[in-house]
Design a protein around this ligand. Sequence first.
Ligand SMILES: NC(=O)c1ccc[n+]([C@@H]2O[C@H](COP(=O)([O-])OP(=O)(O)OC[C@H]3O[C@@H](n4cnc5c(N)ncnc54)[C@H](O)[C@@H]3O)[C@@H](O)[C@H]2O)c1
Length: 262
Amino acid sequence: MKKLDQKVAIVTGAAQGIGRAIADELALAGAHIAVFDLKLEAAQAAAAEISKLGVTARGYAVDVSKSKVVDAAFAQVVSDFGRLDILINNAGVSFVGPHIKDVTDEVWDISLGVMQSGVFYCMRAATKYLLPQRSGSVVNISSIRGFTSNPGRIAYCATKAAVIMMTRVAAAEWAPYGVRANAIAPGVQRTPMWDIDVELGVVDEERVLRVTPAGRLGDPNEIGKLAVFLCSDDAQFINGDCITIDGALTTVPIDGAVTRPE
Ligand SMILES: NC(=O)c1ccc[n+]([C@@H]2O[C@H](COP(=O)([O-])OP(=O)(O)OC[C@H]3O[C@@H](n4cnc5c(N)ncnc54)[C@H](O)[C@@H]3O)[C@@H](O)[C@H]2O)c1
């Protein structure tokens, strides 16, 4: 039997990038997939591809920063699939560049809305189904920016640190119910988010490759395989942890672009 045979998983932000790779790996492990993303067509297109892996997959238009939309979407998934076992909170946005003095309310609000409130809304919605059935696993995608600072990314870093702590609170509350919560902190992955930042010139890929001991960027499917492990019974006693997957980047304290005044 496959590790996640017949489990039902919601993956947020799964139309592309890390979310899509996680959805693929969960599907390869036997889980049925609900793809949440902003645009219905993109979510459905991803679901159509995922279903070719031999599982049921459906796409849903869900803005995770809207709590009522989230609650309704979870109810719809349980109605469509009959149950819920796994939640992967992956949806994210990236704003890189402005130092604190120039960060707009809009950047702050969107970042916290998607990557902090969104994670909270989805975890809260999941409890309605996971706690009564006394089983389930939640994996929240944080970042190495949850514990290493990145000048020019205060909102992003703040949300990713919050995700690690929210994961720990959830684990402590849910463990007596047989439900687990863990986080993953990826280093730099090759995804549309990263490629856009490279194109905008706000990150320096060559520099990242130079300071990453492994000498390469991460592959999103590696995050997916880790998520499968965390959601499986092999990880039954791992609860409230945050696992870093970064090719040893954060072992070397020389990352981060420091700009000095003229
Ligand atoms: N790429 C990296 O190097 C890296 C490193 C560490 C952590 N992460 C984290 O991994 C996650 C995925 O990143 P990625 O690189 O795949 O990004 P991406 O931009 O390629 O994909 C993000 C997905 O989230 C969706 N999304 C955005 N806002 C949403 C909302 N409000 N509701 C629902 N969906 C929404 C987007 O439409 C998109 O499909 C993010 O949380 C990111 O912070 C990425």
